[in-house]
Design a protein around this ligand. Structure first.
Ligand code: G16
Length: 544
């Protein structure tokens, strides 16, 4: 068949290094960019098959998000903007690892197993982040798409959530919005302006924000959006990529893990700052107090603020909708207690990776999901959106309920429900703080985080770590869980777990306890256990 000849010819331009095996990780393939050319070509092929199978547009985003600049990666986007389904992660691995001469066989195997009609038209949207390698790697994706004679649209430089949004808009024939970057800015900024227009006396100080763009795509895109916001937010963007290196001592991951402000920002006491990550799908918030102490408001605090706000609106509107919060094992213990015991909302815990949280959140009328690292969004079921809309249009209801329904409607419009979105999340939280007349200090005081520490341990093969119970316990290697339990039991209010990262070649260690000294000591003891029982390489972890 002519299409397969095209694949053969083009794959010779994107050859696979013999013997190289890559794993599909937490959010797709991710490694040093030099190893990825063939993977990108093949993901172009796979996205085309997925498009033929679903008869819908599929997205391919070239990014390694929070990883260092020299890495790259690929995220596949399914028709409604969600991450690609697990069965197709398996096909992705199969295609990426097929040796050159076995590629066509691997491709035909997917076609057969999924009963794909090769004559079906296909359409693939492609986006990329600002990494130098993204240019040629996104061309490799396009080569794969074209080898199977699919339609393509190259969005060029966009944030990951923008690409998810475009795919969803396209596949809902514009009901979710216009599949253009301008359409995205218009939808979000109009919703923000509508939400905040009745807030009395917002001062310039309240509208002013510092944004750390991680020297990446988020900086470019938030600057583009600013004019649409009509001065309702005044942004000072730093780490905008004009001089610094992507994610280097800046960005959401650095701020969250190091628990300190990024370089390149002069923060005055009380000034509000946001950090995005390298593809702007994560966000964390922080400020320093008058004593110069750094305060971080992470994904857990964000989830708490949003769910409190939504719960209040539902009560005011008299809408009976079930709201739940989805977290991972990294959620600070204080946040989970607050949500369950004080707010009385349902809390679910899933494995790391937005794909897991997203699916768990879909089980509720309103599912608020956030990883502690700032990756998250809110999902509204179709029924929930319909009930809100009916109330907003109900001529028999009183003004207060109707206005609340309108607030809810604009809130829905402001949220990018396809995936966590730093820009949309930032606007939502700024709107919520303004509507509730809340300062960042008041938000911070909702509950106090348990001191915590995250570390990384290098091991020969991180796959030896096997976890269960949403990654809260290990079942391999033998003896590791017992070696974690012993120091956990020595500390107060302590919890610790380890898991292999799906984006970096490390084992992650998390520990929390009643004091920072205890959390640090516990994280060190658990790191040592990992190093000794799971094949640590390099120097033994040292106390902090
Ligand atoms: C990705 C995933 C997140 C995950 C993070 C870290 O984020 O989308 O869900 O929390 O990796 O994963 P791991 O601990 O397995 O390395 P991003 O922003 O890097 O795409």
């Amino acid at each position: 068949m002519a299409q397969f000849e095209g694949v053969s010819q083009m794959s010779a331009v994107h050859p696979k290094p013999v013997g190289l095996v890559l794993q599909y990780g937490t959010a797709g393939f991710r490694t040093n960019s030099k190893q990825l050319d063939h993977v990108m070509f093949r993901m172009g092929l796979l996205a085309t098959l997925r498009s033929k199978k679903t008869k819908a547009t599929i997205g391919v985003m070239v990014t390694a998000s929070h990883n260092p600049e020299e890495d790259n990666g690929v995220k596949l986007v399914d028709p409604m903007g969600e991450m690609v389904t697990p069965a197709w992660e398996g096909y992705a691995t199969q295609l990426a690892n097929a040796e050159q001469e076995g590629l066509l066989t691997a491709l035909k195997d997917v076609i057969e197993r999924e009963a794909i009609s090769i004559a079906q038209e296909a359409s693939v949207f492609v986006g990329k982040d600002t990494r130098p390698s993204s240019e040629s790697l996104s061309q490799a994706v396009l080569d794969g798409v074209h080898a199977l004679e699919s339609h393509s649209k190259d969005y060029g430089l966009v944030t990951t959530p923008q690409l998810h949004y475009m795919v969803c808009c396209q596949n809902t024939q514009g009901r979710y919005g216009d599949a253009t970057v301008k359409g995205y800015y218009q939808k979000l900024s109009q919703a923000f302006i509508q939400l905040t227009k009745n807030v009395p006396n917002r001062t310039d100080d309240q509208k002013a924000l510092l944004v750390d763009g991680a020297n990446g795509i988020g900086a470019l895109k938030v600057c583009e959006m600013e004019t649409y916001l009509k001065k309702e937010l005044q942004l000072s963007v730093f780490n905008d990529g004009s001089s610094g290196k992507l994610n280097h001592r800046c960005g959401a991951d650095y701020v969250k893990v190091q628990q300190r402000a990024p370089t390149g920002v002069e923060m005055s006491a009380g000034e509000r700052c946001w950090s995005y990550d390298g593809d702007a799908d994560r966000i964390v918030y922080y400020y320093s107090d008058s004593a110069g102490r750094f305060h971080l408001l992470d994904g857990d605090k964000i989830a708490t603020l949003i769910s409190t706000y939504l719960k209040e609106l539902l009560t005011q509107a008299g809408l009976d909708l079930q709201i739940a919060v989805v977290q991972t094992a990294y959620a600070n213990g204080s946040s989970t207690h607050y949500l369950e015991d004080t707010m009385k909302v349902i809390v679910r815990c899933t494995k790391t990776g937005v794909k897991h949280l997203h699916h768990a959140a879909q089980e509720f009328d309103i599912g608020v999901y956030f990883e502690a690292n700032g990756h998250g969004t809110v999902l509204f079921s179709i029924e929930a959106e319909e009930k809100i809309q009916q109330l907003a249009q109900d001529s028999n209801t009183n003004d207060k309920r109707k206005n609340t329904a309108l607030l809810l409607q604009n809130t829905v419009n402001l949220i990018n429900q396809t995936v966590g979105d730093a820009i949309s999340d930032m606007l939502l939280i700024e709107a919520v703080l303004a509507i509730r007349g809340m300062t960042v200090q008041q938000w911070d005081a909702i509950y106090t985080d348990l001191p915590n520490r995250q570390l990384k341990v290098k091991v020969a093969d991180r796959r030896v770590i096997d976890t269960t119970d949403a990654e809260r316990r290990t079942v391999g290697p033998a003896g590791l869980q017992e070696a974690i339990d012993i120091p956990v039991n020595k500390h107060r209010q302590a919890r610790s777990f380890v898991r292999p990262s799906g984006t970096e070649d490390v084992v992650r260690v998390y520990a929390e306890a009643d004091t920072q000294e205890s959390a640090d000591a516990l994280a060190h003891e658990v790191s040592l256990a990992v190093y000794r029982l799971a094949g640590g390489v390099g120097e033994e972890p040292k106390p902090l």
